[in-house]
Design a protein around this ligand. Structure first.
Ligand code: FES
Length: 158
């Protein structure tokens, strides 16, 4: 029987992904062999150019502060990278969580205090057996703010 996202939500789950540094090596198909890999299992991309809706044009970017706070909260098995725009500007602040062997998630409407939520989401994504971020236990900001999820390279519709 096929499993749809709504089925997962009804079971208290939800499909998403990503975090561990150095457990496999990159191969030509984008996957990783069992040898050590420079790509962490989960990477958090945080938009550095997002601003809060009411911020003056010359104010420091809230996104830049969010990426620094997320870096400070990250554990050794995840990478945090700043990126100038995730094309989700109307729902700033924005961040994406990418699991090397799983799904990618894009979030918006994040507050300036969202770093712990992003780290918890990354932890959930990294620990999931199916490469999806579980719905149950996911921080509210990552439920309300979910914009999209993108399947892994190896995804095939069952
Ligand atoms: S400026 Fe942050 S998504 Fe575009």
């Amino acid at each position: 029987m096929r499993t749809h996202g709504t089925d997962r939500v009804e079971r208290g789950e939800h499909p998403d992904i990503s975090t561990t540094e150095g457990t496999a090596s990159a191969s030509s198909d984008g996957g990783c062999a069992p040898a050590p890999c420079a790509t962490p299992g989960i990477t958090l991309f945080v938009c550095t150019t997002c601003r809060t809706p009411d911020a003056p044009a010359d104010a420091p970017r809230a996104g830049a502060a969010l990426v620094e706070a997320t870096r400070a909260a990250a554990t050794g098995d995840m990478a945090v990278k700043g990126v100038a725009c995730l094309a989700n500007c109307k729902r700033a602040l924005s961040a994406a969580l990418v699991r090397r062997d799983g799904w990618t998630y894009l979030f918006g409407d994040l507050g300036t205090e969202a770093a712990p939520d992003l780290i918890e989401g990354a932890r959930l994504l990294a620990g999931s057996a199916d490469g999806l971020m579980p719905w149950r236990g996911r921080p509210e900001a990552l439920k309300r703010g979910m914009v999209a999820r993108i399947p892994p390279f190896t995804f095939e519709e069952p």
